[in-house]
Design a protein around this ligand. Sequence first.
Ligand code: PLP
Length: 409
Amino acid sequence: MNYIKLRKNNLCVENILVQKLAKKYQTPFYCYSLSQLKYNFNTLSNAFKTVKPIICFSVKSNANISLLRELKKIGAGADVVSIGELLKAIKAGIKPKKIVFSGIGKTEEEIRLAIKKRVLLINVESENEVDLINKISKEFSRTISIGIRLNPNVTGKTHRKISTGGKDEKFGLSYKDFINLCKKVKKMKNLNLQGISVHIGSQITSVSPFKKVLSVINEIIDKTKIDFNFIDLGGGMGISYSKKEKQINLKQYAKLVNKFIKNKNSRIIFEPGRFIIGNAAILISKIIYIKKSNNKNFVILDAGMNDLMRPALYNAYHQIIPLKKINKIFRGKIEFVGPVCESSDKFLTQKRFSKIKEGDYVAIANVGAYGMSLSSNYNTRPTIAEIMITGSKHKIIKKRQSLANLVNN
Ligand SMILES: *Cc1c(COP(=O)(O)O)cnc(C)c1O
């Protein structure tokens, strides 16, 4: 189900004509479909209904507090990777008992807060982190629930920069180190080893890497004889950014997980980000100039790589859609670029595109995940607004940064 689509050649988000929004709000801005967000969450939750997983939304994919509040309402927990994300998730009303804390570089301050708030699991990634948590736990006179992140040496067949499960990556512990650390933690009175966690990367569209991961986890369980309360399978479920790329087959994945969980008493945790929010937003931008060069036309947008970094950072493909599609074709090759002073500030090259002119608007598609959350003030540009649509209603869920605020620090 798609809540963001062309209707009679006009781009709509739910019941709203995006063209109308573009005239109302200053561009560029992010525009979310709340129904899409809910639909995605429910799709995931239904696919895995046999195992009733705890679905911890990956806050780093999108940290807008209004969106977090909406996710909380429909039953999401949170996967956080910093003190800021932890505080924000709690502020959004998510119970600490539904929050897992991941990341290889948790500071003492972060660990203290996680313990104080009694999060469900601190997923540790090194022996030294275990020692630090153990030291801190003594001051609290409590046993602390931890999970250990395994590096299963499975790569997710995804972009090199978003793959995290290979043996040369910094994440998690190798099979051998994992087993040794389990032995050590078992002897620590203040620590309760409750979970095993993995996260092999992002935008994984085939289930075969997940299948491998499940078999490595089974080996670990056989070897350690630990009855983990929680098996945290991470996120990484891929979505469709282009026609060539199919979203992950959740039915197949669920089949694997159902089989895996049989005869175990463990609860499954997922940490999806992209799957929930990725296709629930577009970025609306205005064409400032069209500049002809030798062999192509630069369509210069008012959105830049500081607003949406994925194309520059990962060479990510994002479709660009005219808000009003007409039946005439633009003559010549087009390169959509931003105004930022970097040659990597470009979004897309197109051989064919609907006829557009300066002053027209376009939408960059599927930008809900790692869009706003990766944005910056580079080139001293203000962070942009976020608008949320439900049915025929629209509202600002984050204001565009004011120039006064931008300039004063
Ligand atoms: C980034 C991240 C996620 C979310 O990944 P998606 O591909 O957005 O689902 C989940 N868990 C951890 C530990 C992460 O670092």
